[in-house]
Design a protein around this ligand. Sequence first.
Ligand code: MLT
Length: 410
Amino acid sequence: MARVNEHYLKLKAGYLFPEIGRRVTAFCKANPDAKVIRLGIGDVTEPLPPAIIEAMHKATDEMADRSSFRGYGPEQGYDFLRNAIADNDYKARGCDVSADEIFVSDGSKCDSGNILDIFGIDNVIAVTDPVYPVYVDTNVMSGRTGAGDNAGRYGGIVYMPATAENNFTPELPTQHVDLIYLCYPNNPTGTVATKETLKKWVDFAKANDAIILYDAAYEAFITDPSIPHSIYEIEGGRDVAIEFRSFSKTAGFTGTRCAFTVIPKTLTGTTPTGERIDFHRLWNRRHCTKFNGVSYPIQRAAEAVYSEAGKPQVAAIIKFYLENARLLREGLAKVGITTYGGVNAPYVWLKTPNNATSWDFFDLLLSKANLVGTPGSGFGAAGERYFRLSAFNSRANIEEAVNRIGKLLG
Ligand code: MLT
């Protein structure tokens, strides 16, 4: 008899975004004339810039010609892309990351879930609260947690609250932890970590032989020059951290799919007998066994993100979304709502008006203003009475959203 992975049965309801989608679909069915504006899931709306499209077309044409056709590529990614990443994202910022420490993939969501394959089942996991739900759910699925409670917290996970009270800077854990998930600029709060904060984490990881799983999928939105883009900008970062990066939000690849994960060769963990093994070797083995690489035209498109023509085009889109975030922040402030983030990130995190629960505010916005956002409690217990709005949308929709919020709450 085939048995199910019973750990899946511990998961609370659906994954957050499909659950929102379900509620919105039901609303639209009941209100077919409502002009719903979606500021829930952070999905890009602006088309891929010309330099990227041109590179993708050219690579597609190469695939049509016997002399330039390519079959399987290297599982880890083509050298042209790994070199471009190493030079532009790391060497240019003074980070010691070499091209062969970069693994190109089809997404940071997939990588941040799949990475658990190379870690022992009994590692103690620490996450910030609120948190990107993928980190928690993949740990539940793999059997690293106990049961969940009504607030969505699972036994065995160490939760580190990040709220207005601690300026969204969680305290270092007081108990033993092995794997620490950090995401900066943060999803969902849109807040950032200073060099000093990250140094504190790196030193903690080093002192406790822990590994930081650092999600930097939103680094392109950093506008403050003092804020680090990579954990490897911090001294010692190479010895304690894996970094996830994505072209999704940086360059509009949510539908195109391309990302990468950095595993420094200096990063090691122990076997039950105390032998030290490098994680790079394990991830390389995993990647080659379970993944066949990102398609050639897409990797060429990603390479164009770093080209002379591509760089300013990509920067212009980031600027566009950040202006959307500013409009949202200012529109909310006008009706007395306290906001956080949205300066170095595409997400605006807000305190719900009248201390409403996150889902009550979701329902109010949807039913009265036909706006979709993301309830803070969906990201964790400490997100209750907060709410996230995404700046990924057209300017017209953002202006209309601000207008409707003004009418509803002004
Ligand atoms: C979000 O809205 O949090 C993101 O779109 C989720 C993701 O990148 O997977």
